[in-house]
Write a new protein. Structure first.
Length: 315
């Protein structure tokens, strides 16, 4: 994957994905001593950046592959992205979702016309189940991050940010399996060679941070965190080498710090950001990212949190 792939993905999703806005906050800038630009993927279709990669990947399938359908495994946002992309491209989708996935995300997937099957995230191998399902159906498995077309699609968020914002000194990106970061890192470092890429993970799901320290992919126990979209136990096989080369640092934030960031974003910018999407701002507010006098981009990766859950968390 390279910048040309990301630009091709941008052309492919143009007219289907939103070019999301960049928001700023004087209060946030004053708190962290830097100029912060928030790339608001909570305003993307399906409420998260995942639509970019899903539509890019599905739109590259042949007519024969589309006729056989697609399948995926996801805690929620990739599921919605595949379901909507499949509907737009006239194919069927079957999604494996964990039993504890937020009901709002399950309902959205069903609303887009996909079939949902459930699994236990703490006991089952979602990858093995998805591969078996694809074989049974003859469908195409679209993984949530370990796929070149997914990574290229996700990288369009950073491409837009750099195009719209100009120079950036650093870019903070949520880390799950690493697809958003891999695409963002390739896009941003290709256009801005001196930019500092910083990954942010929940403290309970710090698989990438540990893998960086070990110099190889390591696994953690099944994470339990409010940031359900970042609850993976090992970095992607394809994403990890890219991120290891291009990402300067990975920092972590606790669940209560994520909640503080969600509350700040709602209070000061009047936007709803899900826990997984708020980790970058949490890292800034807690001083885990401290770059005084610089211009920092932050990707708010999504806003898919139900009203009840949001009220429960932020009070």
């Amino acid at each position: 994957m390279n910048l040309d792939d990301i630009r091709a993905a941008a052309a492919r999703i143009s007219g289907h994905a939103h070019r999301t806005p960049i928001l700023t906050s004087r209060t946030l800038d004053e708190r962290v001593g830097a100029q912060v630009l928030l790339k608001c993927e909570n305003f993307q279709r399906i409420g998260a950046f995942k639509f970019r990669g899903a539509y890019n990947a599905l739109s590259k399938l042949s007519a024969e592959e589309l006729a056989r359908g697609v399948c995926a495994h996801s805690s929620g946002n990739h599921a919605q992205a595949i379901a909507l992309s499949a509907a737009l491209l006239g194919t069927k989708a079957t999604i494996l979702m964990p039993e504890d996935a937020p009901q709002s995300k399950v309902d959205a997937v069903l609303g887009y016309g996909a079939e949902v099957r459930r699994f236990d995230r703490y006991a089952d191998s979602r990858e093995a189940m998805a591969e078996e399902l694809a074989q049974q159906q003859g469908s195409t498995l679209i993984p949530p991050y370990d796929h070149p077309d997914i990574m290229a699609g996700q990288g369009t968020a950073a491409l837009e940010l750099v195009e719209d914002a100009g120079e950036l000194d650093a870019l903070a990106v949520p880390m799950s399996g690493g697809g958003l970061m891999a695409g963002s890192a390739v896009a941003a470092t290709s256009l801005l060679p001196d930019i500092t890429m910083i990954g942010v993970e929940p403290s309970a799901a710090n698989d990438t941070q540990l893998s960086f320290a070990a110099g190889e992919r390591v696994s953690v126990d099944a994470p339990r965190t409010i940031a359900d979209g970042l609850a993976v136990w090992t970095p992607g096989e394809l994403t990890f080498p890219i991120n290891k080369e291009l990402v300067s640092e990975v920092v972590t934030v606790a669940d209560e710090e994520i909640v503080d960031a969600m509350r700040f974003l709602f209070d000061r910018l009047k936007i709803v950001v899900e826990p997984s999407g708020a980790v970058g701002v949490a890292a800034l507010l807690q001083g885990r990212i401290s770059l005084p006098g610089t211009k920092i981009g932050v990707i708010l990766s999504g806003g898919n949190v139900s009203v009840d859950r949001f009220r429960e968390l932020v009070g």
